[in-house]
Ligand binder design. Structure first.
Ligand code: CAA
Length: 258
């Protein structure tokens, strides 16, 4: 399907979705969010795809919700259409591994979208922030919650209350991003990570993702129990048999996603 606000490509078993609304620094208007939801669903449902990379431009991953589009919205409109959440959660519902490759601004909804991904690889020019307070709003797509869980209360309060931006180094230091790379190497690094993941068994990678995400939903004892159940279930897969046999036979495994 052709999109107006996205560029979508497939490289081996990796789907790359690039936000492309340069005139507004990839701000999320309705069309972009509808298209992104569609593209993420399509990648998740495609049996040829094992990992997804979500990225923007060198200047902006995304500058947040489209302020011009939402400025005149009434409370009743926002409430009845469940503004933002209804159409923004697809990234967090995606079951295949999803990497955010972030260069430039990841602000407001852009930072929230990056946090919905499984991990963030940041270019050295990346800037993260939740500046909603500066325009008389608060984060509306999970920013206060995910940021508090991922980087702790002190940093989350600082970021959401002051509206300041955080550079890549601070973001890595506090655990918001997994790695920083020079801007020119961002996509190569993200693709290398995505292809590595896509080279493993798809169902097993999905189980890893589901289990790590569980840590953010339930108490430790429940999370550990959940992990153990999933661990037991890997023994029902052919890929576990193949992976362990290959180790014993000192060869590369040939996973079948089965
Ligand atoms: N919505 C709509 N348009 C936006 C936008 C946004 N969030 N961010 C940037 N743009 C537009 C600008 O209006 C400008 O368009 P025009 O040339 O037509 O005026 C164009 O993109 C380029 O932007 P700037 O000229 O401002 O570029 P800059 O380099 O000087 O500044 C910036 C970059 C610091 C990111 C600045 O654009 C900015 O502060 N943007 C808004 C960031 C923001 O507040 N985001 C939060 C939105 S609310 C939200 O996301 C709610 C939520 O939780 C989901």
């Amino acid at each position: 399907m052709a999109y107006n606000t996205l560029e979508v490509q497939t490289d081996e078993r990796v789907r790359v979705i690039r936000l492309s609304r340069p005139e507004a620094l990839n701000a999320f208007n309705r069309e972009l969010m509808d298209e992104l939801t569609d593209a993420l669903k399509a990648a998740d449902e495609d049996n040829q795809i094992s990992a997804i990379v979500l990225t923007g431009s060198e200047k902006a991953f995304a500058a947040g919700a489209d302020i011009k589009e939402m400025a005149d919205k009434s409370f009743v409109e926002a409430y009845t259409e469940d503004f933002i959440t209804a159409n923004w959660e697809q990234a967090s519902r995606t079951r295949k591994p999803l990497i955010a490759a972030v260069a430039g601004y990841a602000l407001g909804g852009g930072c929230e979208l990056a946090m919905m991904c499984d991990f963030i690889i940041a270019a050295d020019n990346a800037k993260f922030g939740q500046p909603e307070i500066t325009i008389g709003a608060i984060p509306g797509a999970g920013g206060t919650q995910r940021m508090a869980k991922f980087i702790g209360k002190a940093k989350a309060m600082d970021m959401c209350l002051t509206g300041r931006m955080m550079g890549a180094e601070e973001a890595e230091r506090c655990g918001l991003v997994a790695r920083i790379v020079p801007k020119a190497e961002l996509m190569d690094t993200a693709m290398e990570a995505a292809k590595k993941i896509a080279g493993y068994s798809r169902p097993i990678a999905m189980m890893v993702k589901e289990s790590v995400n569980r840590a953010f939903e339930v108490p430790l004892s429940e999370g550990v129990r959940f992990e153990r159940r999933v661990f037991h279930s890997v023994f029902a897969t052919q890929d576990q048999k193949e992976g362990m046999k290959a180790f014993v036979e000192k060869r590369q495994p040939n996973f079948k996603d089965a």
